[in-house]
Design a binder for this molecule. Structure first.
Ligand SMILES: NC(=O)c1ccc[n+]([C@@H]2O[C@H](COP(=O)([O-])OP(=O)(O)OC[C@H]3O[C@@H](n4cnc5c(N)ncnc54)[C@H](OP(=O)(O)O)[C@@H]3O)[C@@H](O)[C@H]2O)c1
Length: 349
């Protein structure tokens, strides 16, 4: 079931009585890179807080493709990027988080105990998670913890893809490939909110979600293989799935248009097929179109901006499925196998 409404559960932090932090917590633990079978739920010490960190009592955690990459250590480039060469540096997976602040480091200025927050943590698949204060924002009061927990990683990526990278202007024709996925489901809604005409590409029954998200037109890539063959042209293409070759994507792009490659699964084990992104950067100066890629910046200025869209209702997180903490491995498997749509959430508190 796709939920399109949030629940108001916020309390002003001033009225919140701090609860003592126990010495231990339940957490998903992973000691080696591998499949979801390598995950187990264990009782471990609550992590020690650093000066710039916030300890969050986790109410819900979101699952995204990044969690799968950090679990498997694939492509190997992930390991070289500093996440641990032979095993994960952080034994608890999970990035997206929403919950209540239960402790703050000595240098934290942005949050106080009792605040309801959302953002990106170091290991959100646990009852307590540490997050850098720069990667959290106050949770909008009109949405619940589950909605907030699935917002940040995908939402700020979509926002950056459309704005700073894609330079979207009102009236632009935007094509979102992978529109039923994590990043895509936010890209469709944000592009509409920013005044674009949006075409969303998804597969089979997932096209229904893309309609619900407000796309002006929906293409089922399983039936309409020729959708990139030049019949329609777009000012901006946001590519999040399917690994279409550059030459096909360029055919559907206006001569002055912009392609933003967010990602796409598959490719080889070493680089994940980052060749498309490298090709885009190399080709771009030689053609009239802008061909770009980027790595999402994880900073609260983006989370704050996303929060404004969540608060005014122009963006509503599309929760596909809910799981318990001990079902985290199933949630990750479902995402990797294409059984998820929108965002999956682990409900903890
Ligand atoms: N650059 C960055 O900073 C950044 C940040 C976040 C994510 N990413 C990357 O961006 C990609 C998308 O992430 P995500 O979290 O949105 O993943 P996701 O939730 O799995 O969404 C990917 C979507 O792509 C669709 N898709 C698969 N094959 C397709 C095809 N042939 N044609 C059109 N659509 C197709 C899938 O739909 P079906 O199930 O219907 O096939 C799915 O909805 C991933 O590779 C991720 O690693 C990059």
């Amino acid at each position: 079931m796709i939920e399109t409404t949030g629940t108001a559960t916020s309390q002003p932090s001033a009225h919140t009585k701090p609860t003592p932090v126990p010495p231990t917590m339940r957490a998903v633990i992973q000691r080696t890179y591998g499949s979801a079978d390598t995950l187990s739920v264990e009782t471990v010490p609550v992590p020690d807080i650093g000066p710039h960190q916030v300890l969050v009592s986790v109410r819900a955690a979101g699952i995204d493709r990044g969690v799968w990459h950090l679990m498997t250590g694939l492509p190997y480039l992930v390991r070289l990027a500093g996440f641990g060469l032979t095993r994960p540096k952080n034994p608890t997976p999970g990035l997206d988080v929403a919950g209540r602040v239960v402790a703050v480091g000595s240098a934290v200025t942005r949050f106080a105990v009792g605040d309801e927050v959302f953002g990106i943590a170091n290991g959100s698949l646990a009852e307590y998670a540490l997050a850098d204060q720069t990667k959290l924002a106050p949770k909008p009061e009109n949405i619940g913890f589950e909605e907030a927990a699935v917002a940040t990683v995908s939402g700020i990526t979509a926002l950056q893809a459309l704005t700073d990278v894609g330079r979207l202007a009102p009236g632009h024709r935007v094509l979102v490939i992978g529109a039923s996925g994590g990043v895509g489901s936010y890209a469709v809604q944000l592009a509409k909110a920013l005044g674009a005409t949006v075409t969303g590409v998804a597969g089979g029954t997932k096209t229904e979600l893309v309609r619900l998200l407000g796309a002006d037109r929906v293409i089922d890539y399983r039936g309409e293989h020729e959708y990139l063959d030049g019949g329609d042209h777009y000012d901006l293409i946001i590519d999040t799935g399917g690994r279409n070759p550059l030459r096909r994507l360029r055919r559907a792009l206006d001569p002055g248009g912009t392609l933003v490659i967010v990602g796409g699964e598959g490719g080889n084990r070493l680089t994940g097929g980052i060749g498309r992104q490298i090709g885009a950067v190399l080709w771009s100066p030689l053609v009239s179109q802008r061909l770009t890629m980027f790595i999402s910046e994880e900073h609260h200025r983006w989370i704050d901006r996303l929060a404004r869209h969540l608060a005014d209702g122009s963006v509503v997180p599309a929760i596909g499925r809910r799981y318990r903490l001990d079902q985290a491995s199933t949630a990750i498997d479902d995402l990797a196998a294409g059984r998820a749509q929108g965002k999956s959430v682990i409900v903890i508190g």
